[in-house]
Design a binder for this molecule. Structure first.
Ligand code: G4P
Length: 531
């Protein structure tokens, strides 16, 4: 025990760091706005340094987002509600940005899964859910848009259970839907919460003493009350009871029904998060688990946002703190380089004065401005050589060559690509043979976005062109001599990524299969942990 212990215990216990996962259009943005409304957001990341001139520069970039109607960059939103501090990490929902999203999910302790009540589980919901499952991230489900014609609640719950292989238990039960939506019965709190279309206020509930309470009959029409009683009874019979441990292990999801746009069900969801969602969890490193209440500060970089100010080429590294009491001005060790960083200008998306991070705890996200020395996956500590694990990198699925319109500026292009690669926006590969750059991305739309960024942030017109490559795989072997022999033999198909790691470029599926069959001693990796 140390004298920091009571402070750390208190601060860690009141933090909830979470993400909202949803298929586009399910209502993630709306729900985020409503949650922030409840909390009175303390700070919105991403807007942090955007003032005056800087804001204009940034808004150029935002234009790309607006034009496509998608949100490209994830951000952090911190708000406080009834003494709890919520760090909401935004995950871009578009499938083209899944890599960033996956990494953001490594920085949260729980997630809220938003489902459109008319559509149920959609492709992106499933993908994001699988990413959460990899790390046993506990999930609270919010079935949204009950004010519209929806699917039957039993049908929705059984779909979640079957397609995601996840136990579900209703936290609330909807009364009607669409035009006849009357509200929800809060199963956990034994309350009736009536729906008042269009209100911006939190709808207050009516205390009910069990489903047999005559108050229910006064407030609902006889058929509504009867149906509610029957359905809740049936749901209780069919589905498991809420079990905190099972939820925290990621096996069971409590399900809330609501309508985000009408602010309905949002308060209950927030209470659910406060009550059930885990506070910052221990984080794995190569050597040991780091407990959030350890007194020494540690954290890892899960995201880099570059060029918030194109003139200065500065970047912000988003660091998830994993332990200790962070204070402004402290020195942290950048584990990869063993260098000390004096952290006097960390941006906290939480500080009350909105600008500089005075202090922070496990679960908080701090932003460290830097010039490229911090990379995704890097660990920071107060000296111990910790290396946090589990931050994934994905082999690109789309590969194109890129060249500057003005060949004299090829060197600038190289620099721009290197920076984008370090930020994690793209994989940049340098083939062993030839002089061109190959850029790999996880979603095809990213080429367009990269071209836009290279133009606005680096003043370079570039062209991406197909190169007839099918796939890229990192190659590894336990035997360095065999790896070298393989690299020599397949020299024409080898490139190096920005870390200098070798990558095999396959022309087609057959080429990849053949190389794998001929070289069983070589591992061809689709994902790699950042190190
Ligand atoms: P996303 O971030 O998950 O992509 O979804 P977003 O919140 O942008 O919501 C998608 C659309 O669904 C929006 O309509 C939004 O208003 C609507 N919506 C969100 N929650 C509810 C709800 O509870 N009930 C109903 N009926 N609609 C909801 P839009 O027409 O695309 O935009 P807008 O012009 O209404 O803003």
């Amino acid at each position: 025990m140390n004298n920091l212990a009571p402070l750390l215990a208190r601060e860690v216990a009141r933090r909830r760091t979470f993400a909202i996962i949803a298929h586009p259009d399910a209502g993630k943005t709306t729900l985020t706005e409503k949650l922030l409304l409840f909390g009175g957001a303390i700070q919105l990341a991403g807007a942090v340094k955007a003032r005056g001139e800087q804001r204009r520069a940034r808004s150029d970039w935002m234009k790309v987002e607006r034009e496509r109607g998608i949100s490209v960059t994830a951000s952090v939103m911190t708000f406080e509600h009834e003494g709890e501090i919520f760090n909401l990490l935004d995950t871009p929902g578009h499938e083209d940005f899944s890599e960033d999203t996956y990494r953001t999910l490594t920085a949260v302790d729980s997630a809220v899964m938003v489902i459109d009540a008319a559509k149920g589980i959609e492709t992106q919901t499933r993908k994001l859910f699988e990413a959460c499952r990899l790390r046993d991230v506990p999930i609270i489900t919010f079935i949204n848009k009950m004010d519209r014609e929806s699917r039957d609640p039993f049908d929705l719950l059984s779909e979640i259970e079957q397609t995601l292989a996840l136990d579900v238990t209703p936290a609330s039960w909807p009364i009607g839907m669409g035009k006849t939506f009357r509200g929800c019965f809060d199963i956990f709190k034994d309350r009736l919460v009536l729906f008042d279309r269009g209100t911006t206020q939190e709808q207050t509930g009516i205390e009910i003493k069990g489903l047999d309470d005559p108050l229910l009959d006064q407030r609902l029409k006889p058929d509504e009350a009867q149906r509610l009683r029957d359905e809740v009874e049936m749901a209780r019979g069919l589905m498991p009871k809420f079990d905190l441990e099972s939820y925290r292990e990621g096996h069971l999801s409590p399900v809330y029904f609501g309508s985000a746009v009408n602010n309905f069900g949002v308060g209950e969801l927030l209470h659910g998060l406060a009550e059930f969602a885990p506070s910052p969890r221990p984080q794995p490193t190569t050597g040991r688990k780091v407990e959030p209440m350890e007194d020494k500060v540690s954290g890892f970089v899960f995201k880099i946002q570059a060029n918030m100010d194109p003139k200065h080429r500065d970047r912000i590294a988003f660091v998830r703190l994993c332990s200790g009491h962070f204070e402004r001005g402290m020195k942290l060790t950048h584990v990869r380089s063993s260098k000390q960083i004096n952290v006097h200008n960390a941006v906290l998306f939480l500080a009350r004065d909105r600008e500089l991070a005075e202090e922070a705890y496990a679960g908080d996200i701090i932003g460290l401005p830097n010039h490229g020395n911090l990379r995704i996956g890097d660990s920071l500590s107060e000296g111990e050589p910790l290396q946090f694990t589990g931050i994934p990198s994905f082999a690109p699925e789309h590969l194109q060559s890129v060249r500057a319109d003005d060949p004299l500026r090829a060197k600038h292009l190289g620099k721009a690509l290197e920076q984008l690669a370090e930020e994690g926006a793209a994989r940049v590969l340098r083939p062993q043979i030839g002089t061109e750059w190959i850029v790999g991305v996880v979603g095809a739309l990213q080429f367009e976005i990269l071209a836009d960024r290279i133009r606005t942030e680096y003043g370079l017109q570039v062209k991406f062109e197909p190169v007839g490559l099918y796939a890229a795989r990192w190659v590894e072997s336990d035997d360095p001599a065999k790896l070298k022999a393989f690299l020599d033999e397949t020299r024409a198909a080898i490139a190096h990524d920005h870390n200098g790691d070798p990558v095999f470029l396959a022309r087609n599926a057959w080429h990849l299969d053949r190389a794998q069959q001929d070289h069983p001693e070589i591992r061809f990796l689709k994902t790699k942990e950042q190190a």
